[in-house]
Write a protein that binds this ligand. Sequence first.
Ligand code: P1T
Length: 381
Amino acid sequence: MNFNTKVIHGGQHHEAVTGAVNVPVFLTSTFAQKSPGQHSGYEYSRAANPTRQALEDSLASIENGARGLAFGSGLAAIDCVLKLLNPGDEVIACDDLYGGTYRMFTRLFEKYQLKFTFVNMDDPSDISEKITDKTKLIWLETPTNPLMKLIDIRAVCDLVKGKNILVAVDNTFATPYIQKPLDLGADIVMHSATKYLGGHSDVIAGALVSKTVELGEQLHFIQFASGGILGPHDSYLVLRGIKTLALRMQRHSENGQKIAEYLQNHPKVGTVIYPGLPSHPQHDLAKKQMQNGFGGMVSFTFKSNEKTDATKFLENLKVFTLAESLGGVESLANHPTLMTHASIPADKRAELGITDDLVRLSVGIEDAEDLIKDLEKAFEA
Ligand code: P1T
């Protein structure tokens, strides 16, 4: 099955009793048993629920994985991956990460004696010197949030081949329409399904897809034992979102490219970071690793380097909404320093280049002309 078909049909079946074409929202916590232990395959909705199952099967299908799991948030999905590890284990993570992921690593899991090393992965061979016999997991985001840095997934996977080290990729920004980490050698794909998979800014959800059945079993055990599942109604919303993922990503990418090019030529703009621009330092990797476009996320700075210019600009947008999050049909604008990445210490942000004049745009699927007019008016203001 090709991707456009998979988003509609991958892992999906008509409902067995009525033939309902869409999976019903199974609002039930529990399932009747004929005799103790004799059931239809469903016992209790924390373990499995038919609506969530349909979503999980769709997730596995679109990411070319063995098992999908749906969680109550993206962070709950990351939490599940970290619980594969034991005290004393070490994790190597890319240095630019969603602020909440960084917060979980450093403020929650360090307490349980996991050690995190943050590495600039522009050159994957730099990871080698950080690997010890305690390294058990490599955590990647590509493109990264918010600096849109890219990491060569295949090169990282090749580096750890044969070692007992898992590679997990947060694929939230690219989505499987653009990039399939499991095909490139990763063991686990993670999503904030709140974003492009859901696609309509109406749900908080997370996802994992494992390459193997065995790893899927381990992750499912942790999910079942910890309880961070996605409810049936939210599962339905994400499943419905996935059906238009391919169409939406096409438009997000078209609009993202147009906005990035517009910004690049604007006299008030300093740097524009978008993988689809030849000026992106890893544009060659982008062309190799990202297929079908470069997505809808664009970051930029002001020529003046002034925080006041960024905040004034953000206050004056009308079509773009100033809000955290990304990946919905509507365009959003974000100030990472004061919003999504405020939980990263100021000195660390400065070191990474998350400056006070950095603006991150989630370019939606509106008419690009209207979006550009909106940006132009905000620049004028
Ligand atoms: O918000 P939640 O569904 O729990 O997902 C967390 C998360 C994980 N990974 C990436 C790459 C993310 O961008 C996020 C959430 N990000 C935002 C809310 C944001 O505006 O960047």
